[in-house]
Design a protein around this ligand. Structure first.
Ligand SMILES: [Cu+2]
Length: 262
């Protein structure tokens, strides 16, 4: 299962890709139409800090000290995720709209290590296609991406069919897609909530966004979550959500009341 070579476009005897499994259940036909309502390309990679970027007075950048001594953060669509200061589902009014960002709406002053609460907005009930593109390019490292709130249907896994392209990236994946060369199969695609993206490859999955809310989508290596390999899939609007129950706990409620001592 899940051969590391990511050769998934033909049957083979010794290995099988998740995208070659068949779902035992019926599939929502709308998921299999040629064009989804929303199509999102999500390239992900690491950003390597230069030491002089990190060790400046009165600054502290979070990073992962990788094997070999590199200091890295993770970018999904060129954004490193930071958690919002309060839970969006129950306290959206306490969060500045400027906290949120995505590939189409980056903060003006965002540099190469752009940090904000990466959120993509999806209309309720839309058919969504996500294309994950591995730009990390670390041999034999397949990032296991996990989506909360849904099971998605895996319709494609693979690498570039172009032998001259040594490393896949967003631009190349878009080009392959335009030319119809991204491998998709619509024969009972299996449902999963986690999928390993083959290194130097891509994964394509689809789901119907029928569960409103703020759902985390992230690589499941904990040390990659810690450096921003996450985003929020925001489905629907506040009016699609049930009201916050009365006396529902709020950020800071666990702190003891402050007593002033004179
Ligand atoms: Cu990862």
């Amino acid at each position: 299962m899940n051969p590391l070579d990511a050769i998934c476009n033909r049957p083979r005897r010794e290995a099988i890709c998740v995208s070659q499994l068949r779902n035992a259940k019926k599939i929502d036909e709308a998921l299999l139409q040629e064009r989804p309502d929303v199509k999102i390309f999500l390239p992900f990679r690491f950003y390597f800090y230069r030491p002089e970027e990190l060790f400046q007075p009165n600054t502290y950048n979070r990073f992962l000290a990788a094997q070999g001594g590199d200091h890295v953060i993770s970018l999904v669509d060129e954004i490193s995720y930071v958690a919002p200061p309060a839970p969006p589902i129950s306290q959206i009014d306490d969060i500045s709209p400027e906290q949120f960002c995505n590939g189409d709406n980056r903060p003006a002053d965002c540099g190469q290590n752009c940090m904000c609460t990466h959120q993509v907005d999806i209309p309720l009930n839309a058919i969504v296609e996500v294309v994950l593109v591995d730009e990390v390019q670390s041999p034999n490292l397949s990032h296991p991406f996990h989506l909360h709130g849904y099971a998605f249907h895996v319709v494609g896994i693979g690498r570039s069919p172009d032998q001259n392209v040594k490393k896949i990236n967003l631009k190349h994946a878009l080009d392959l897609d335009r030319r119809g060369l991204l491998n998709r199969q619509f024969n009972l695609p299996p449902a999963k909530d986690t999928i390993a993206v083959p290194n130097n490859g891509y994964v394509i999955f689809r789901f119907r966004a029928d569960n409103p809310g703020y759902w985390l989508f992230h690589c499941h290596f904990l040390f990659h979550i810690a450096i921003g390999m996450s985003l929020v899939v925001h489905v629907g609007t506040q009016s699609d959500l049930p009201p916050v129950p009365p006396n529902f706990p709020r950020c800071g409620d666990h702190l003891p009341p402050i007593t002033l001592i004179h």
